[in-house]
Design a protein around this ligand. Structure first.
Ligand code: NAD
Length: 533
């Protein structure tokens, strides 16, 4: 149904970052951590059609900095609960698809306001459940607010879409309608922003969803759903099931699931792509997949650049949240004339990073779990045969027995080495030497990925060439390759980095809708608006 409610929303602005050097904000964060600690270890139900549901099995979500600390206990959904959740979403779709865009948009704005009020508490949950330090947690919460506010406005823009041409003798209408029931499957590393962003885009477009969070970050998702209910979410519009690949596969293959919004690894994304392509008995549509996957993100450091800025940018991009970002810089290509000095400065800069518990706001902390720790240590072993260790290269023992690994840099890595080709998703950086800019660009484009990249250079000619030839979805000049801002840097990758959906961009919501074109021959029935008068 088209809405006649005019928008009273102000222009979109990115949520400001919190200044944690202020005593007041430091105190607020400590108080939030104390408040959240009292709530640790609760058991969270599955939510289907607005009702709580328990199953026979549970799993624990733990603090990666202190795995004996249980953050939340969650019921595991089986195929039975996944199917019930799809049925609930299908029933809720009948009314939700007819709810005006303006009402759906207003729900997102109310939720954004509740998140603002609980900003520090949500930061504390992120710190404790996935090991983000304060600034990383703050960026995740800020991006969540941005997604909600941005999609609230984009929904109104979609609602106001007009028909390009009125054909003579006809009344022509072109408008966007929702797809149906969606499965939303987020990763653990932006457990609030990406989870909430994909969910919010789905529902503001008129779809209903089954949300299956990552088993490494189930508590944040459960708390987000409670917050959405508080903001006025009708029953069944978002249904929550918890679990791993099994429940994910059930949703992907379900004949009533019209679309899958997935962010995660290349391996799982490609599996989803394949499964979703197979038409199931009783399925009456071609499933749509919105897949945002991994990266092997590169920064090129040109001989003619601001070296300090490059060293800072590479360090922040490679080791922010311990390299556990799809956009993290995992290889840096440095031109020969500055190679040695760059490596010296990088070593100094990386060794100055503090390592310790995220709750006490150290710069680098633990990786997410035991499996990730082993994977990263395996890549360190590979790196020792593929390059020269510049710094790091081992696990770090800390009180709490968290999954800490020292920020690690290998130099003299060949462009085709495993370390230069495979996504590691941890605190390892490979440094590659290049003879000239042509070679640097060729190396930058030599992986199967194409997510983010950056170039540090003072040469306009080189920046222009990179604009044209550096083949990534998000390209940055003279700044880090992480930290995309909603609206300013719509986010999504090329090649096997995904379907380039551009989250936080002007085309995103169209992925969650289908456009309907209606042509009515004039002269047979009065205009419904005329009838009302
Ligand atoms: P993952 O692929 O292991 O898991 C992602 C989600 O898929 C989880 O909810 C998981 O339970 C679920 N899942 C696992 N197997 C499944 C299956 N067979 N069918 C259906 N669902 C299944 O990824 P992760 O470890 O949670 O996240 C890290 C990955 O995500 C990295 O590769 C990173 O680059 C990528 N990532 C990409 C972006 C982006 O925007 N491109 C953003 C963040 C993270």
């Amino acid at each position: 149904m088209r809405s006649s409610t005019p928008s009273n929303l102000s222009a979109f602005h990115n949520e400001p970052f919190t200044d944690f050097s202020s005593m007041e904000n430091k105190r607020a964060m400590h108080e939030a951590l104390d408040r959240v600690r009292i709530e640790l270890g609760h058991t969270y139900d599955l939510i289907i059609a607005g009702s709580d549901l328990q199953t026979a099995t549970t799993f624990n979500s733990v603090n990666p900095a202190n795995p004996s600390e249980i953050i939340g206990i969650h019921y595991v959904a089986s195929a039975k609960e996944a199917n019930a959740a799809v049925d609930a979403a299908q029933s809720a779709f009948a009314a939700w698809r007819k709810t005006p865009f303006a009402e759906r948009s207003a729900l997102l704005v109310r939720a954004a306001e509740l998140i603002r009020q609980r900003h520090f508490d949500l930061c504390a949950w992120l710190t404790l459940e996935v090991g983000k330090n304060w600034a990383e947690a703050d960026a995740d919460v800020g991006e969540t607010i941005d997604f909600l506010e941005f999609y609230a406005r984009e929904a109104l823009r979609l609602d106001a879409a007009t028909t390009p041409i009125q054909y003579p003798g006809e009344r022509n209408l072109f408008h966007y309608v929702p797809l149906g029931v969606g499965a939303v499957i987020p990763p653990w590393n932006f457990p609030l922003a990406i989870m909430a962003g994909m969910t919010a885009a789905s529902i503001v477009s008129g779809n209903t969803v089954v949300l299956k969070p990552s088993p490494d970050a189930p508590t944040i998702a459960a708390r987000f759903l409670a917050l959405m209910e508080e903001a006025g979410l009708p029953d069944g519009v978002i249904n929550l099931v918890q679990g791993g690949p099994e429940v994910g596969r059930t949703l992907v293959e379900h004949p009533q699931v019209r679309f899958i919004a997935f962010t995660g690894s290349k391996k799982v994304g490609l599996e989803i792509h394949e499964r979703a392509a197979r038409t199931q008995p009783r399925q009456h549509f071609i499933k749509r997949t919105i897949l945002e996957l991994g990266g092997k993100d590169t920064i090129i450091v040109d001989a003619d650049c601001d070296l300090d800025a490059a060293v800072d940018g590479v360090t922040a991009s490679a080791f922010g949240f311990n390299g556990q970002k799809c956009s993290a810089c995992s290889r840096v290509i440095v031109e020969s004339p500055i190679y040695d000095i760059f490596c010296d400065r990088l070593k100094e800069r990386v060794e100055a990073l503090s390592i310790g518990t995220p709750a006490e706001n150290f710069q680098t902390g633990p990786v997410i779990n035991e499996v990730a720790k082993k994977r990263v240590l395996d890549y360190i072993a590979i790196g020792k045969s593929e390059g020269r260790l510049l710094t790091g290269g081992s696990a770090v023992e800390m009180p709490g027995n968290g999954y800490y690994i020292a920020p690690t840099v290998f130099i003299d890595v060949a462009p085709t080495a495993k370390l230069a080709q495979e996504e590691i998703f941890g605190p390892i950086l490979a440094v590659i030497r290049s003879g000239n800019f042509d070679e640097a660009l060729a190396i930058a484009n030599n992986t199967e990925y194409g997510l983010t990249g950056a170039l540090y250079s003072n040469s306009r000619k080189k920046l222009d060439r990179a604009r044209d030839e550096f083949h990534v979805g998000n390209l940055y000049f003279n700044r880090k390759c992480t930290g995309a801002m909603v609206g300013a840097h719509p986010f999504g990758g090329f090649n096997l980095s995904g379907t380039d959906s551009k989250a936080g961009g002007p085309d995103y919501l169209t992925l969650f809708t289908q456009a309907k074109s209606i042509a009515e021959k004039r002269g047979y029935a009065s205009d419904s608006r005329e009838e009302q008068q």
